[in-house]
Design a protein around this ligand. Structure first.
Ligand SMILES: Cc1ncc(COP(=O)(O)O)c(C=O)c1O
Length: 361
């Protein structure tokens, strides 16, 4: 079987030139005489890759000089506890509850202080995203945490929530980082597991402002201290060299082949528009999220009949359209359209949806 249309929610589809570069680098990294996974993270060849990756992140996210770029282990879930463990210390934080990942991040934070949830759409299946006027944070709130894209339910913030002076803005952007222009300097801490828009699983991009690093609890195991990771430039322990190489390649592709974040945003909007257009065209399909909150990364939908959704997934798989099953916690269908998704695969999906409806509608 050869590579097929990939709608996987993550690890997700990667750009073809990146996969090809990875294949070559596994054999030999950039003329250094050693394979990517066989060369030291302190050697000249890998250090150059690491520094280029950081520089690309800085450019693409328009970061300030006082923001550090880290590549850490443990996935986004490690940030769920590392953030409150470092920054809460018995204080108060606010979490916007817009999806299962946001909910789980709040659960972890409760171990370390008071957690307010000023807004939640859990009761309606996380089908909405709040406007700023719908919530507020209590006096003395150290930080606001939100999840910019809700991978499971399929809702996405299309704005950056406002926070009052003195409250840090923290965002889990695991499933939509660099999918649309965003001012990275607006975040005091921004993190993203790599395996959707940045590269393979194994590394988490963490952008952290120096003031947070200075304020963070240091009475922690060294692997869980931001200041240690900043001081050692993500090399306190052996970094995920393979994943960091791939991220550098993905960001090179984004900057040089695609033409930057604005260009990828236009492509993402067109692709999501095509799938939502197919959903809205007929009552056979039902979108699962309120239109204003719809994600451009994870389109969730259903026929309204579990058995028919199951038939859709098996017929789609047989046609070479993979990864369309909804998350096990919510069921239904989900098409993930990360940055590397191709127009060709989206066209194949839309055409299959029309055909499926003709046969089963
Ligand atoms: C928004 C979001 N946050 C966190 C996670 C958990 O990431 P990890 O598996 O890297 O810990 C995911 C995984 O899908 C996610 O989509």
């Amino acid at each position: 079987m050869s590579r097929q249309h990939n709608f996987s929610p993550g690890p997700g589809v990667m750009p073809t030139p990146v996969v090809e570069a990875m294949r070559d680098a596994v054999w030999e990294l950039e003329g250094c005489g050693q394979g990517l996974m066989e060369t030291s993270h302190r050697g000249k060849a890998f250090v150059a890759v690491h520094q280029r990756a950081k520089a690309r992140v800085r450019r693409l996210l328009k970061l300030d000089d006082d923001q550090h770029v880290l590549f850490l282990h443990g996935g986004a879930r490690t940030q769920f506890f590392m953030i409150p463990m470092s920054l809460l210390q018995g204080g108060r934080a606010a979490y916007l509850d817009t999806g299962t990942w946001a909910f789980q991040a709040a659960e972890e934070a409760r171990r370390f202080g008071t957690v307010d949830v000023p807004w939640s759409s859990k009761a309606t299946g996380w089908d909405r995203i709040p406007q700023d006027k719908e919530w507020s944070v209590a006096e003395g709130t150290r930080y606001l945490h939100y999840t910019s894209n809700n991978t499971v339910a399929g809702g996405q913030f299309h704005h950056v929530p406002a926070v009052p002076e003195g409250t840090w803005r923290i965002c889990d952007a695991s499933s939509d980082i660099l999918s649309a222009p965003v001012d990275g300097s607006a975040f005091d801490l921004l993190y993203a597991g790599a395996q959707k828009n940045l590269g393979p699983a194994g590394t988490t991009l963490v952008i952290v402002r120096d003031a947070l690093v200075q304020a963070a609890n240091r009475d922690l195991p060294k692997m869980l201290r931001y200041d240690i990771h900043v001081g050692k430039d993500s090399c306190y322990n052996t970094p995920t060299t393979f994943a960091i190489y791939a991220i550098e390649q993905v960001l090179r592709w984004l900057e040089e082949d695609v033409g930057g974040v604005e260009a990828i945003a236009a492509r993402n909007e067109a692709q999501a528009g095509a799938v939502y257009g197919a959903i809205d065209a007929t009552p056979f399909w039902k979108g699962k999220v309120q239109p204003a909150a719809r994600s451009r990364m994870n389109v969730t939908f259903t026929t309204g009949d579990d058995a028919l959704d199951g038939t859709f997934v098996s017929e789609a798989t047989a046609e070479g359209l993979l990864g369309l099953k909804g998350h096990r916690s919510v069921g239904g269908l989900r098409a993930s359209l990360y940055n590397a998704q191709s127009d060709e695969s989206v066209a194949a999906l839309v055409s299959f949806m029309r055909d499926f409806e003709r046969r089963h509608g």
